[in-house]
Write a protein that binds this ligand. Structure first.
Ligand SMILES: Nc1ncnc2c1ncn2[C@@H]1O[C@H](COP(=O)(O)OP(=O)(O)OP(=O)(O)O)[C@@H](O)[C@H]1O
Length: 584
């Protein structure tokens, strides 16, 4: 073992990317498992099928690597040519790994799951309450011949559990027994510990060029990395949890998942919880029979009923009342529900759920607003959609797509484009409202261009059109949103606000007034850190040494006052500091 471990360490230290490190780690683990089988009573009657690295730090999956028996390289998740639906891992297994920080053994045939807790031997013998998992996970494993699964936590150095490694084996004669996991678990864990810093720290291999389609017409670098994972998710029956900021495209991605699933011919239903008052949530979800409550004048299908045979996307799940959460949990666990006022009993739900959220559900669980069991039940296949600001490379592509789409509605044969300057303006600002906000701006800029040029099959949106569309947004809102953005982005936003004001006034707004920026930064720093610390932090210690800092602060703050005066905005937030400085 020592030799194997040393050669693994050498190999890992030469690995250039996650995929290579994953292949080496998984093949070392599968090799060890095979040797353990060969030396056990299951020799010749059991085989190792595959293993997987699931990198899923808080927020969602970022990488999934699968090594099939006999292969030397990991499969890129979701690649075509995979047989059947690749099984991932059950919600209960992940929950146990997170809660106990220890491995878990799953007997798929029995549907039993045991945490490996040698320090608490009694507990280790008890299957986890609630036992194994949903029917979906079980079926998924069984369809891949996996009868026994071992799941090992993956810890990044100094961090919590950021993922897991799962090993699947086929050993029908070991039904109801622990299989060989106990014999090799310590060594498997050692391999996982040695490999964890490489698996969590190495860069990913660049994703192959992603195919775009009507549901996802633009794919930049970060989405290209996520799509293979989402593709695997789409082939599962388990619930998918899509989190991400509002307007980032979660509902479109849900549709994308549906369009790639085996349910694509079935309906795709959306339940926007934000639009449903709490007291109507149960009715909206489950439907009602005539007379079930005041106002129920005829039978009505709920979202679950309408999504029968297809997919239901429930957006803003954190808005679900605790009562409706209990109802949804039951549907997810038992695949049945009761229509309100239906005396005929429960009906089955053949529905795949995709859940959307723009809040951190763990926080909602901690605050007691969201059921923990429901959280784990929907958190089997989580994925976080990055904000548009994290997908900078997509901004011009989306803008182009949105302009073209709009123009084709008017002129099917026409051509519309954005000037390079217009693209720069769009790329240079922050998008707190994400794709929805970008779409709104493009719509306005397009209208402005039409107004200026008249209806025309050939149309170019200039930076002027885009800037004017942005002006409608209001400079204050922008400035606030910029605070969290990168410095260049924030500065460009400030420049846009300045230019917009210059254009609005009709009288010149002298460029020299922008020099007030130095005073704003300095004044802000002095207010936050105190005089001396501020001058040091901003690289002006020399001014402290020759006692010139009062003078410089005065000069710069006066420029700020001049700017405020010119804008008719009254005293600046640094007026008191200026007076105090004068007195000093
Ligand atoms: N794939 C897409 N194709 C075209 N437009 C898109 C796409 N994705 C997002 N958009 C644009 O962004 C807007 C917001 O997208 P979507 O409703 O999917 O976001 P969301 O993350 O679900 O938002 P919310 O959380 O507020 O519901 C859409 O109305 C559309 O203008």
């Amino acid at each position: 073992m020592q030799d194997d471990l040393s050669s693994l360490v050498v190999a890992l230290s030469k690995s250039g990317d996650f995929e290579d490190a994953a292949a080496r780690t998984l093949s070392a683990m599968m090799g060890l498992t095979e040797r353990t089988i060969a030396a056990s009573k299951y020799a010749g009657r059991a085989k190792v099928l595959r293993s997987m690295v699931h990198l899923r730090p808080a927020g969602g999956y970022v990488k999934l690597a699968i090594l099939e028996q006999g292969a030397t390289a990991v499969q890129s998740a979701g690649s075509t040519g995979q047989r059947g639906a690749p099984s991932l891992v059950s919600a209960t297994a992940w929950r146990s790994v997170v809660q106990h920080g220890s491995p878990v053994f799953v007997d798929v045939t029995l549907g039993a799951l045991k945490p490996y807790l040698p320090q608490l031997p009694d507990k280790a013998e008890e299957p986890l309450p609630g036992s194994f998992t949903s029917q979906e996970s079980r079926q998924s494993f069984l369809s891949r011949q996996a009868s026994h699964v071992c799941v090992i936590p993956l810890r990044a150095l100094g961090a919590g559990i950021g993922g897991m490694i799962s090993l699947e084996a086929d050993s029908p004669t070991a039904m109801g027994q622990d299989f060989i996991w106990r014999e090799c678990i310590d060594r498997l864990q050692t391999i996982a510990e040695v490999a964890a810093p490489y698996l969590t720290g190495l860069p990913f291999r660049p994703a192959p060029h992603a195919e775009v389609d009507e549901y996802l017409p633009v794919v930049g670098k970060s989405m290209a990395n996520l799509l293979p994972i989402l593709n695997v998710f789409s082939q599962q029956e388990e619930s998918v949890l899509i989190s991400g900021p509002t307007g980032a495209g979660k509902s479109r991605l849900a549709r994308w998942v549906h369009s790639r699933s085996s349910r694509r011919k079935g309906p795709f239903e959306v339940l926007e919880l934000l639009a449903v008052p709490e007291e109507l949530q149960m009715a909206e979800l489950f439907g009602w029979k005539k007379g079930a409550f005041t106002g129920a004048v005829k039978d009505s299908l709920g979202s679950i009923g309408r999504a029968e045979g297809g997919t239901l996307f429930i957006d803003e799940i954190d808005k679900l009342s605790l009562k409706a959460q209990a109802g949804l949990l039951r549907v997810l666990e038992e695949r049945s529900y009761r229509v309100l006022g239906d005396g005929a009993g429960d009906r089955g739900a053949d529905v795949r759920f995709i859940i959307g959220t723009n809040v951190d559900l763990r926080e909602a669980v901690r605050a007691g607003r969201f059921r923990e069991d429901l959280y784990y039940r929907i958190n089997v296949l989580p994925l976080r959609v990055p904000s548009l600001d994290e997908r900078q490379d997509e901004i011009p592509l989306w803008a182009h797509y949105m302009v073209t789409r709009r123009h084709k509605e008017q002129f099917p044969q026409g051509q519309a484009q954005l000037s390079p300057e217009a693209e720069q303006v769009l790329s240079g600002r922050a998008w707190p409202g994400n794709l929805r906000q970008l779409d709104n701006i493009i719509r306005r800029a397009y209208t402005l261009a039409l107004v200026e040029h008249g209806p025309s099959a050939e149309l170019t949106l200039s930076s002027g059109h885009v800037s004017r569309a942005l002006e409608y947004e209001g400079a204050t809102g922008q400035a606030e949103s910029k605070a969290a953005a990168s410095i260049p982005t924030a500065l460009i936003a400030a420049a846009q606000a300045f230019i917009a004001e210059a254009k609005r006034r009709g009288t010149p707004l002298d460029l020299g007034l922008t020099e007030a920026l130095v005073g704003i930064v300095l004044g802000q720093a002095v207010q936050q850190m105190g005089r001396e610390e501020a001058f040091r932090a901003l690289g002006r210690e020399n001014l402290l040494k020759n006692r010139n800092h009062h003078k410089v602060l005065k000069r710069e703050l006066e420029k700020v006052e001049a700017l405020y005066k010119e804008l008719g905005e009254g005293p600046s937030p640094f007026a008191a500091l200026l007076a105090e400085n004068e007195a000093a």
